[in-house]
Ligand binder design. Structure first.
Ligand SMILES: C[S@@+](CC[C@H](N)C(=O)[O-])C[C@H]1O[C@@H](n2cnc3c(N)ncnc32)[C@H](O)[C@@H]1O
Length: 270
């Protein structure tokens, strides 16, 4: 079971990877695009609500802009807002992000529970990066806005770490690119390793579901399998995109009912 959500101008919305803080559109337009995606995710049964604290998001964005050392990133302003919002709405007790490079992808998810944008306190908020020098950079970046030390960064292989992890995973964010030509095909193995630790209702978010769709064919087959995931939506708000999937209850045999996808511009409910 699958659906898609497309913002009308996702093809022309472009960011320079070396200039991630540049405003690309009026804030109201960015908010409307993200609201459209949230409505589709809510209607598909992936998330339960569509509202998030805009002032807290602004505090998160400002803290990252002013403190993080980001050599480059593919996280657009729209995607930064959408990842924050999904986490702020879902409030995962345990959030694990795999393949976080300098930490911007991690904090885009973790910012709802770590730092000045926090709207709840997670039990664990974990970022994993296999290149130790980038893990060290990510750790420094996160520490610069996380005086309470809620976030944790590990410099190791995310698959091996997940295998040993002895707790539940309530939200898994995947952004790794495997070595030796494996690239984004590594997503399926990461998801399958975490799956037995994910309770019903847990979310998986996969970055690059648009521009790496060909390499993600096996991953899509997993998260669009109704016996595993009750709902899965490919969200086109920029050239990278995310697929957001919600784990079904064990006996659901198809999980939640899917409703029609809405498009950007649909009104939010009162
Ligand atoms: C393309 S980068 C992600 C960058 C991100 N999209 C951004 O915009 O900042 C992918 C990262 O995954 C890391 N990676 C690859 N395999 C991994 C694994 N098995 N465990 C953890 N990290 C991994 C790579 O070292 C790399 O830094």
């Amino acid at each position: 079971m699958r659906s898609t959500h497309e913002a009308p101008n996702w093809r022309t919305y472009k960011m320079s990877y070396s200039d991630p803080h540049k405003e690309l559109e009026p804030e109201g337009d960015e908010i409307a695009v993200v609201d459209g995606a949230l409505v589709t995710l809510r209607d598909a049964g992936v998330i339960d609500d569509v509202s998030y604290d805009h002032a807290k998001f602004d505090a998160h964005r400002a803290a990252v802009r002013d403190n993080f050392d980001i050599p480059w990133t593919a996280i657009t302003p729209r995607m930064q807002r959408l990842l924050y919002a999904i986490n702020a709405i879902h409030k995962p007790e345990v959030m694990i992000a795999v393949g976080i490079f300098c930490g911007n992808t991690y904090i885009s998810n973790a910012g709802a529970g770590v730092g000045p944008g926090a709207v709840y306190t997670p039990r664990r908020s974990v970022g994993i990066e296999i290149r130790t020098e980038e893990a060290d950079r990510a750790r420094r970046n996160v520490a610069s806005i996380d005086p309470d030390g809620v976030g944790e960064i590990h410099g190791c292989d995310g698959i091996e770490w997940l295998r040993e992890f002895d707790d539940s995973v309530d939200l898994l964010y995947i952004d790794a690119d495997g070595r030796d030509g494996q690239g984004k095909r590594i997503y399926r193995e990461i998801a399958e390793t975490a799956l037995p630790k994910m309770p019903a209702g847990a979310l998986v978010i996969a970055h690059n579901s648009v521009n790496s769709a060909r390499d993600l064919a096996e991953y899509f087959a997993l998260v669009r399998d109704e016996s595993e995931f009750g709902a899965s939506v490919n969200v086109f708000i920029d050239g990278e995109g995310i697929e957001v999937s919600r784990k079904a209850p064990p006996s659901a045999g198809g999980g939640r009912k899917r409703t029609a996808s809405r498009r950007h511009g649909d009104a939010l409910p009162p």
